[in-house]
Ligand binder design. Structure first.
Ligand SMILES: C=CC1=C(C)c2cc3[nH]c(cc4nc(cc5[nH]c(cc1n2)c(C)c5CCC(=O)O)C(CCC(=O)O)=C4C)c(C)c3C=C
Ligand SMILES: [Fe+2]
Ligand SMILES: [Fe+2]
Length: 345
């Protein structure tokens, strides 16, 4: 029998700094997130970051936490339930980090008689720190605990027409009647090194003005290209005028070069240039989370106001929208009916 495992990033168990520390330790010790040798990663994460960040992050989590728990987890659970109500295929939910482990999610499916799994990393754009780490961990778990399972992973859906359609629709709903002057597409940042590492041609990615818009097989694994493509397709769908929107990358951690321009500086610059009304959408996240609810909706708004801006509109993530659940169910049904690669590649 076929079954589906939806996978998101995960959150700490609570906003207690101890739980936040445990979660950040697992997350940041992942060699695909901080991709340096183990000794150096341990030094950076356990010797530096975990001494100060858990308290600061816990305070940020406290500002956005809901009675039911972490928004990212609650919203992912709501999405899973909606999809389950639309399909006969068993649908489980797991997180890459934290207590809702991938192992528990796979076991839940196996307990229902599943022997063929489609994993759906809930990230529109491929990144080493997101999609790839899920795929690798699932493969490890299969080899160790579930050798009988046939597992396929849904590829990044950054350019799939159905995804672009619902994203554009969700934006149009929020932007209707709003005479904003500039729209920022804010994607989670990654270190530039991650882009070079996943360039399968070894020579295409230059992180300049042309590489990501020049056809290349490298784009299958180029997070930067995929972010730009999502923006381009949505902009075309919404008929956005050139110059009224731009891309930016948020949530930088550490001192390495990350993708540019940074979202916070972009917001500040727009305010200082006299732009009074901006809107912001965060298409690297399908569920609202710390990075959208606190970093963008709270900190971002504060930066904009301090720089002279007036109206700051945040477009919610797709979360558990009916049309988004429909799209995912459609992809699941295509996979259920025919061979995955021909159906959804
Ligand atoms: C080197 C560090 C990090 C990389 C690379 C990174 C990539 C990355 N992350 C997301 C999605 C999310 N990240 C979230 C939180 C978060 N991310 C990092 C660091 C890196 N992320 C940290 C330290 C944190 C924790 C919060 C903090 O201390 O600031 C979240 C929110 C989780 C939640 O519980 O709400 C998401 C979602 C993507 C998509 C991505 C690369 C493309
Ligand atoms: Fe992150
Ligand atoms: Fe590129």
């Amino acid at each position: 029998m076929k079954g589906v495992l939806l996978v998101n990033l995960g959150s700490p168990d609570s906003t207690d700094p101890k739980d936040v520390k445990k979660y950040l330790d697992e997350f940041l010790m992942d060699p695909r997130v901080i991709d340096v040798p183990f000794w150096l990663r341990s030094f950076i994460v356990r010797g530096i970051i975990l001494n100060t960040r858990p308290k600061k992050s816990a305070e940020a989590y406290q500002k956005i936490w809901w009675d039911e728990g972490s928004p990212l987890i609650v919203l992912s659970e709501r999405l899973q339930k909606k999809i389950q109500n639309k399909t006969t295929v068993p649908v489980a939910l797991a997180m890459r980090y934290g207590s809702m482990t991938l192992k528990k999610g796979l076991q839940e499916l196996v307990d229902q008689g599943v022997d063929e799994v489609l994993t759906i990393p809930l990230y529109p754009q491929f990144a080493m720190a997101t999609t790839e780490t899920i795929d690798v961990k699932v493969e490890e778990l299969k080899n160790e605990f579930f050798p009988q399972l046939k597992i396929t992973s849904l590829p990044a859906f950054y350019n799939k027409p159905e995804y672009i359609e619902v994203l554009a629709k969700s934006m149009a709903e929020k932007l209707e009647g709003l005479d904003y002057e500039h729209l920022i597409f804010s994607y989670h940042g990654v270190p530039e090194r991650h882009i070079y590492k996943r360039d399968i041609t070894k020579s295409h990615c230059k992180i300049d003005g042309s590489c990501c818009v020049t056809e290349s097989p490298a784009h299958q694994f180029c997070y930067r290209h995929q972010c730009f493509k999502t923006t381009e397709l949505v902009a075309a769908k919404l008929n956005l005028k050139p110059g009224t929107y731009s891309n930016a990358f948020q949530s930088r951690l550490g001192f390495d070069p990350w993708l540019k321009p940074p979202t916070d500086r972009t917001i500040e610059r727009l305010g200082l240039e006299g732009i009074k009304k901006i809107a912001i959408v965060t298409p690297a996240f399908v569920s609202d989370c710390l990075e959208t609810l606190e970093e963008i909706a709270m900190e971002g708004e504060e930066i904009f106001h301090e720089a002279g801006g007036k109206e700051f509109t945040v477009i919610p993530c797709l979360n558990d929208r009916d049309d988004w659940a429909e799209v995912l169910t459609g992809w699941i049904d295509q996979w259920r009916i025919v061979d995955t690669k021909t159906a959804i590649a």
